[in-house]
Design a protein around this ligand. Structure first.
Ligand code: F3S
Length: 392
């Protein structure tokens, strides 16, 4: 098997196909700010009503929201696989002979509860202590939970693509979206077994599998996916994850800003504030999460870092757990620049290709180079001299 460099792991590992994904001009990517998610599932229903309302698709939630730490659809999808991996081992390295990736097929009963564990917090507390805490000694009870929106990651090393013996799954040249050709599919379900995020799903009515499509018809028209545009909490930003600081003007339009996309800044700049989900699987997922800042870092270390003992210079702390604390702090107390980008979340249904944050204004341009966002933020406040007027 060829070796591929995985920037999320900072090392090479085996992957069945050679590729240069980092060099694509355009690649589908998404940022989700977990702290804004209210588990309303508007994204889930927007996706379902658009893509999976047919026969045999009843259980297919291409977009779903799980309550951590107890939720999971299919049930226990992450821990079940993690238990089978050695520390730091990718699913490609852990593959059994004759297979391309380690994995398992979730059974019918695993798909029976899309909202299992919903709103269930972690931690125990004696009756009567729920709202009272010993403020003097700063002893708060240890309950916490958060919502984790989950969707296809349009990975740069897709396990579904690697595993299909029919080569029915492919990555689009123009945007890296991973699609399944149902004409070629024969229902072998290797894709279903290999995707560690369990997003390719088998349709018992048609005898072939289906997988999320990244809302490609909307992307082609320069719009964001439906889960992004429908999000009430304005949790999401979508765009070109590969557009780095050296990129030129979009569409050669010099009236638009040149340079990196806002999703690239949050996921890849020195100030990175968004992290991929379970990078240790090795698939290079392209949905990045701004982690919840009220959750114990050790839980998030397992979920959003390679979770090994190695030292990494491209992470801000000397350990992954320390790095998580730093990223949590960046999300809790965003820099002026990140605060500007946060205003772009949910600001337009157009796909924002480039942006600027200057003083107290953030602006965004689409792929054609047309301006689509121009909003003030952090407005200056003037405090007048003199006595306060009171109502006495
Ligand atoms: Fe291939 Fe999956 Fe169909 S493995 S044949 S795309 S069920």
């Amino acid at each position: 098997m060829p070796e591929t460099y995985n920037p999320q792991l900072g090392r090479e590992h085996s992957y069945p196909y050679e590729h240069r994904e980092e060099e694509r001009d355009w690649h589908w990517g998404m940022i989700i700010n977990i702290n804004r998610c209210i588990n309303c599932n508007t994204c889930s229903f927007a996706c379902k009503s658009t893509w999976t309302s047919g026969k045999g698709e009843e259980y297919m939630w291409w977009m779903n929201v799980e309550t951590e730490p107890y939720g999971g659809y299919p049930m226990g999808w992450d821990m079940r696989l993690l238990d089978d991996l050695e520390e730091g081992e990718t699913i490609f390295e852990a593959a059994e002979d004759g297979e391309q990736a380690a994995g398992y097929i979730a059974q019918k009963e695993d798909w029976e509860y899309p909202a299992l564990g919903d709103d269930q917090a972690h931690g125990e507390y004696p009756a009567g202590d729920v709202v009272e805490s010993d403020l003097e000694n700063d002893e708060y009870h240890d309950m916490w939970q958060f919502y984790l929106p989950r969707l296809c990651n349009h990975c740069k090393n897709p396990a579904c693509l690697a595993a299909c013996p029919r080569k029915a799954i492919y990555k689009r040249e123009e945007d890296g979206i991973v699609l399944l050709d149902q004409e070629r599919c024969r229902g072998y379900r290797k894709c279903v077994k290999s995707c560690p995020y369990h997003k390719p799903m088998y349709n018992p009515e048609t005898g072939v599998s289906e997988k999320p499509v990244g809302c490609f018809p909307r992307i082609e028209e320069g719009n964001v996916p439906r889960c992004v545009s429908s999000c009430i909490g304005k949790t999401r930003l979508h765009g070109n994850i590969n557009r780095g600081p050296d990129a030129g003007h979009p569409n050669g339009n010099t009236s638009a800003a040149a340079g990196r996309s806002p999703v690239n800044y949050l996921a890849k700049s020195d100030e990175k504030a968004a992290l991929p989900l379970y990078p240790q699987f090795g698939t290079q997922p392209q949905v990045f999460y701004m982690p919840p800042y009220h959750v114990p870092p050790e839980f998030l270390t397992q979920m959003f870092t390679p979770n090994t003992n190695e030292k990494r210079n491209d992470w801000p702390g000397s350990t992954f757990e320390e790095s998580i604390k730093i990223v949590q702090d960046r999300v809790r107390n965003p820099s002026h620049h990140t605060l500007g980008i946060l205003q772009l979340f949910g600001a337009t249904t157009r796909l924002i290709e480039t942006y600027t944050v200057k003083e107290h204004r953030v602006k965004g341009w689409d792929r054609k180079g047309d301006k689509v966002v121009d909003i003030p933020f952090e407005e200056e406040m003037e405090i007048r001299e003199g006595e306060m007027w009171t109502n006495q």
